[in-house]
Design a protein around this ligand. Structure first.
Ligand SMILES: Nc1ncnc2c1ncn2[C@@H]1O[C@H](COP(=O)(O)OP(=O)(O)OP(=O)(O)O)[C@@H](O)[C@H]1O
Ligand SMILES: [Mg+2]
Length: 343
């Protein structure tokens, strides 16, 4: 067996071959089984022995770790729910695609989450491919350390018995979505923390980079504009009805729509600037296929606005088609699984 793992700022997704008789499993798409886990945690520190007992009782059936100092570290979706119950917000061990430099518990908590999601290897040195982001083109180098992040993740996975290797996130997306196009085209993964880009020619990644504005940026900017918490904005954005580029009666959604347009404008400008005159950019014989995936592409009107902004902002190659991944939240994990089987 081999496994693929998308280590994302907002979701960690495990992909593995589905069992032959798993047609009724809701987590199976095609012949791949996915496990989604919110990349979040919340710490409760009881102050009395009675509180410790009560909290432990309340956490039955939830995913948590009891820490040496007596506090409880709740993980995943349960962390978000517990935080809401206490009028608080859950935290994240990752920020903009890598282990967070802002949270002192980040590395330890990410290790707990990864172990929970991947379990132990089914055979010693089972192959596992996980994804890491590319160096951003819009941020200073010293704020962002992919190598450290990669080491942290690989070490945890090795402890669980895996022979783990990293590939780039957008490269993984290309393996999943350009399967029937000679593995030639461009993949853009629009996540929470960043947009990752890969230009691929016949299975060879030729240009890789990222930008550091995506779904979280829309939430933050809308939160400031409307004076609402980021978590409220995020929930509205994910569950409300709006179309990018169209008016909306709801103040939050109206702002979300505006910032979506700005995000797409910003990213297509960065994309055009990065590819124009890039030495490693292949000379494609035919118009190029662009695949978009990631949670941020799920909003209505995304592909239309992206296509429009590509043209407006001087994208330097003829475009054949902008194609939305069928399963935008799982495409990267699927690509990691494909890579794990080939390598
Ligand atoms: N239906 C939806 N409409 C708009 N945005 C959505 C929707 N569903 C999820 N999102 C957003 O998608 C983002 C999460 O996407 P994804 O799981 O691809 O990110 P990630 O891989 O965890 O992050 P990154 O790749 O940046 O590390 C969040 O910003 C979330 O709010
Ligand atoms: Mg991602």
């Amino acid at each position: 067996m081999a496994k693929g793992l998308d280590v994302g700022t907002s979701f960690i997704v495990l992909a593995q071959d589905a069992a032959a008789n798993s047609t009724t499993d809701p987590h199976v798409v095609g012949n791949v089984q996915y496990k989604d886990f919110r990349d979040a945690f919340y710490i409760i520190k009881p102050t009395t022995p009675v509180a410790t007992k009560m909290i432990e009782k309340g956490l039955q059936g939830k995913v948590f770790v009891k820490d040496a100092d007596g506090s409880f570290i709740i993980l995943g979706q349960d962390a978000i729910e517990k935080a809401v119950e206490r009028n608080d917000s859950a935290k994240r061990p990752m920020y903009r695609g890598v282990v967070s430099p802002k949270e002192k518990e980040a590395k330890r908590v990410l290790a707990f989450i990864l172990k929970e999601v991947v379990g132990t290897a089914s055979t010693p040195n089972e192959k596992l491919i996980f994804c890491v982001p590319a160096q951003p083109v819009d941020q200073e180098d010293d704020d962002f350390d992919v190598a450290y992040h990669e080491d942290v993740v690989r070490t945890v996975l090795a402890e669980q018995g895996y022979a783990a290797r990293a590939i780039n996130e957008a490269e993984a997306l290309c393996y999943s979505e350009l399967e029937h196009d000679d593995y030639t085209g461009i993949g853009l993964s629009w996540g929470a923390g960043m947009v990752n880009v890969c230009v691929m020619l016949n299975g060879e990644p030729t240009v890789l980079f990222s930008t550091t504005k995506s779904g979280d940026w829309i939430d933050r900017m809308t939160a400031v504009a409307t004076n609402e918490p980021d978590s409220v904005v995020q929930a509205e954005k994910e569950h409300g009805t709006f179309v990018i580029g169209e008016q909306n009666e709801n103040t939050i959604l109206a702002a979300v729509s505006v910032y979506y347009e700005r995000l797409i404008d910003y990213t297509t400008k960065q994309l055009a600037a990065a590819l124009l005159d890039h030495k490693a950019l292949p000379k494609f014989k035919e118009p190029i296929l662009i695949s978009v995936a990631g949670g941020t592409t799920r909003a209505k009107g995304f592909v239309e606005m992206f296509t429009k902004k590509l043209a407006e902002n001087g994208f330097p190659l003829p475009v054949k088609e902008v194609r939305h991944a069928k399963d935008p939240l799982h495409a990267v994990a699927r690509g990691c699984l494909i890579a794990a089987k080939i390598l």
